[in-house]
Design a binder for this molecule. Structure first.
Ligand SMILES: Nc1ncnc2c1ncn2[C@@H]1O[C@H](COP(=O)(O)OP(=O)(O)O)[C@@H](O)[C@H]1O
Ligand SMILES: [Mg+2]
Length: 307
C-alpha cells in the first residue's frame, strides 16, 4: 500500500463513534497542519436545529462557527458547512447572479421542491464543501490547502460520502451531476481526499470502526489512518503483568479494573492490526482534556505524521 501522507491531502473527513475524540482530533490535525505551513480550514456540518454550542468552535475559544470562513488561529480558518448556504451557492452558480439565487431561494414553491428532492440536506452540505475547495487566493493558489471536516456520527458520514454515486444514478446530466462529479474527483481520489477514523481501544468502538472502514470503502473513500485514541499508559512489562495476573483474586479489587482496561486495549489494538489494513496512529491518554487535550494531541501528531 503506497502511503500518501495525511497532510498532503486537500480534504480530510474525521469520523468515528460519538465521544471517542473526533472533535479533538480534528482540531489537533488542523493545528498540526498549520504548524507544517498549510493554509487550514476546519469545518463541521451545521446542526439544522437552532445554533447551539459547537465543541469544535470551543477548541478555538469561540461559541459557534459562521458560514463564511473566519480566522481562528494563525494559519487556521473555520466555518460550518450549511445546507442553506450550499444551496444558495449552487443556485448562484447555476443562475450566475447571486441575487437571483437568493430570490429563487425565497420562493416558497421552489423551496418545497428542493426540500422534497433526494438528499437535499447532504447535497447542500456537499456543495458548500465543494465551494470551499474551489476558493482561490488573489495569487491563484487554493485559499485552503488542507480542509478538515469534523464529521457527525458514522451514519451521517456514509450519507455524505455515498451521496454522489446515489444521486448520479438519478441525475446524469446538468449542473447537479457535474458538481457531484467534481466533488467525487476530490473526495474519491486518494491523492486529494481521505477519511480518518478515530476510535478508542475498546471492543465496541473497534467493531464499529472496522465496519466504518468497510462502509467508507464501499463509497470509494480512502481510509488514510485510524487514530487509536486515549491509549492507557501501561506501566508493566509482559513478565510483570503475568506475575500480577497470578496474584489477583477472582473477586473485585481496587486497581483491577485498570488492569483489565489495559488488557482490553492490548486486544483491541491487536484486532485493529489484524483486520483494519489501515495505518494506525496511536495517541495516548493525556492528563488534560478540552483545549489542553487538543494541544497535546497536536504536538503528538506533528511528530507522528512526520514519520
Ligand atoms: N487523548 C486524549 N486524552 C485525554 N482526553 C481526551 C483525549 N481525546 C479526547 N479527550 C477528551 O474526551 C472528550 C471527548 O472528546 P471529543 O473530541 O469531544 O469527542 P467526539 O467529538 O468524538 O464526541 C473531551 O472532553 C476531550 O477533551
Ligand atoms: Mg465532536
Amino acid at each position: 500500500m503506497s502511503l500518501v501522507p495525511i497532510l498532503d491531502r486537500r480534504v480530510v473527513l474525521v469520523s468515528g463513534k460519538g465521544g471517542v475524540g473526533r472533535t479533538t482530533a480534528s482540531a489537533a490535525l488542523a493545528r498540526a497542519a498549520a504548524r507544517a505551513g498549510k493554509r487550514v480550514l476546519v469545518t463541521e456540518i451545521e446542526e439544522p436545529a437552532a445554533q447551539t454550542q459547537s465543541s469544535l468552535a470551543r477548541m478555538f475559544g469561540r461559541e459557534v462557527l459562521p458560514t463564511r470562513p473566519v480566522l481562528l488561529a494563525p494559519g487556521i480558518h473555520g466555518c460550518v458547512l450549511s445546507t442553506e448556504h450550499g444551496t444558495e451557492q449552487f443556485l448562484g452558480d447555476v443562475f450566475r447572479v447571486q441575487t437571483l439565487a437568493r430570490m429563487a431561494l425565497r420562493n416558497a414553491a421552489l423551496r418545497r421542491l428542493l426540500h422534497a428532492g433526494p438528499s437535499f440536506h447532504e447535497m447542500g452540505v456537499f456543495y458548500h464543501l465543494l465551494h470551499l475547495i474551489r476558493m482561490t487566493s488573489p495569487d491563484g493558489r487554493p485559499r485552503f490547502d488542507f480542509i478538515v471536516l469534523d464529521m457527525p456520527a458514522t451514519g451521517h458520514t456514509l450519507a455524505l460520502t455515498g451521496l454522489p454515486d446515489i444521486l448520479l444514478r438519478l441525475v446524469r446530466r446538468g449542473p447537479i451531476a457535474s458538481a457531484l462529479r467534481e466533488g467525487q474527483g476530490w473526495l474519491n481520489d486518494r491523492r486529494t481526499g481521505t477519511a480518518i477514523i478515530v476510535t478508542i481501544p475498546e471492543p465496541l468502538p473497534v467493531t464499529e470502526s472496522l465496519e466504518l472502514v468497510a462502509g467508507l470503502r464501499s463509497t470509494r473513500m480512502d481510509v488514510g489512518a485510524i487514530f487509536v485514541n486515549r491509549i492507557p499508559v501501561d506501566p508493566f512489562d509482559d513478565a510483570q503483568r503475568a506475575a500480577l495476573a497470578e496474584l489477583l483474586p477472582d473477586g473485585p479489587l481496587y486497581g483491577k479494573e485498570e488492569l483489565e482496561r489495559l488488557e482490553r486495549a492490548r486486544l483491541s489494538i491487536e484486532r485493529l492490526r489484524e483486520h483494519a489494513r489501515v495505518p494506525l496512529v496511536f495517541v495516548p491518554q493525556f492528563d488534560a482534556d478540552g483545549v489542553g487535550a487538543t494541544e497535546a494531541m497536536a504536538e503528538h501528531l506533528s511528530e507522528e505524521l512526520r514519520r
